[in-house]
Design a protein around this ligand. Structure first.
Ligand code: ZN
Length: 131
């Protein structure tokens, strides 16, 4: 397993980590297989979506804020329940097929680290295996 460090700069932020995932796949020397990107945090996650227009990520964050308001009567005493719920919604892992030593992402797709309770130092676990 490889670990990449992500230093987030804001409370909520979607960070394109595609290039860093590609580097890990390249250095794994796997021609065909699968790459699992796993986030070992409870207030952060990962998603795959458009990386051509940054407005898409802004819209996703805006929508998550609308769906999961900070103002609900949450019971969790740490005060970051909305971040936990958002992390649940986007999920903690993404699997991408590897073919011809490349990530099989669609033309407009990128891999995004999703911060919901930053800024913090975060980790991303990446495991590749051949098949
Ligand atoms: Zn918490």
């Amino acid at each position: 397993m490889r670990i990449i460090e992500v230093k987030t700069q804001a409370k909520e932020e979607l960070i394109d980590i595609t290039a860093r995932v590609r580097e890990e796949v390249f250095s794994s020397n796997i021609l065909s297989g699968i790459c699992c990107v796993y986030i070992p945090h409870t207030t952060a996650g990962v998603t795959i979506n458009e990386n051509a227009d940054p407005s898409v990520m802004e819209d996703i964050l805006m929508t998550l804020r609308k769906i999961v308001p900070d103002s609900l009567p949450y019971r969790h005493s740490e005060g970051n329940s909305s971040a936990h719920v958002k992390a649940c919604l986007v999920g903690t892992s993404a699997n991408i097929l590897i073919e011809e030593a490349q990530l099989s992402l669609g033309t407009w797709q990128g891999v995004f680290f999703c911060e919901f309770d930053g800024p913090r130092s975060r980790r991303v676990f990446i495991k590749t295996s051949s098949s």
